[in-house]
Ligand binder design. Structure first.
Ligand code: GRF
Length: 208
């Protein structure tokens, strides 16, 4: 099967990146990570890439005079590497409309809750799980969605539920959700590899 060419953008530890690498290496995912890009030179995600002989690039807005120059460079990297799908995996920066438009329906993100709940501004990392517990929800989950110009808003590609246990702390809940993220993200990428993702009127349909 054809291997879909990925760029993975990550700002932090990169456990989602690692799960994608592991699934590719185990033959469960027909993809090739062409490049890992981080705005943070110290991101462990870059180290993970290097360990697996994947090209790693530190690219930050701080390196450029204008936002436009940053976008130009990012798009140039995507083009040079013939990127077919951009995978955000704990990337803490907002992509500009220029980049989003250039890769319309080809940029995906993972969110550690069931969108449209517990998403939006400020809803990242441990804050998401704190909000879930505060609301008294009995289920939470994982959402993989297309990235559009509104934060945590793009069409949903895949979701999976995760139970909330009575004794959960934000940390124990985060750990349980993260395990599901590691499965669901690769499954969603595989849908793109198999060209099964269709977008119509801001809804995603999965071809059988
Ligand atoms: C994950 O919880 C993901 O849902 C969110 O950022 C976190 C990244 O974790 N978007 P990691 O860097 O992949 O370990």
């Amino acid at each position: 099967m054809k291997k879909i060419k990925l760029a993975v953008l990550a700002s932090g530890g990169g456990t989602n990146l690692q799960s994608i690498i592991d699934n590719i290496e185990a033959g469960r995912l027909s993809a090739e990570i062409k490049v890992v890009i981080s705005n943070n030179s110290k991101a462990y995600a870059l180290e993970r890439a290097r360990k697996h002989n994947i090209k790693d690039i530190h690219l930050s807005h701080k390196m450029f005079e204008t936002k436009e120059e940053f976008d130009e460079k990012l798009l140039e990297i995507f083009k040079e590497n013939q990127i077919e799908l951009v995978v955000l995996a704990g990337y803490m920066k907002i992509l500009s409309p220029t980049v989003i438009r250039a890769y319309k329906n080809r940029i995906i993100n993972i969110h550690p809750a069931l969108l449209p709940h517990f998403g939006g501004k400020g809803m990242y990392g441990i804050h998401v799980h704190e909000a879930v517990l505060k609301a008294g929800a009995k289920v939470t989950g994982v959402t993989v969605h297309l990235v559009d110009e509104v934060y945590d808003h793009g069409a949903i590609i895949a979701q999976r539920c995760v139970p909330v246990e009575d004794q959960d702390t934000p940390e124990t809940l985060a750990a349980r959700v993260l395990k599901t993220e590691h499965q669901l993200y690769s499954e969603a990428i595989q849908l793109f590899a198999e060209e099964k993702v269709e977008v119509k009127d801001n809804r995603v349909y999965i071809k059988k």
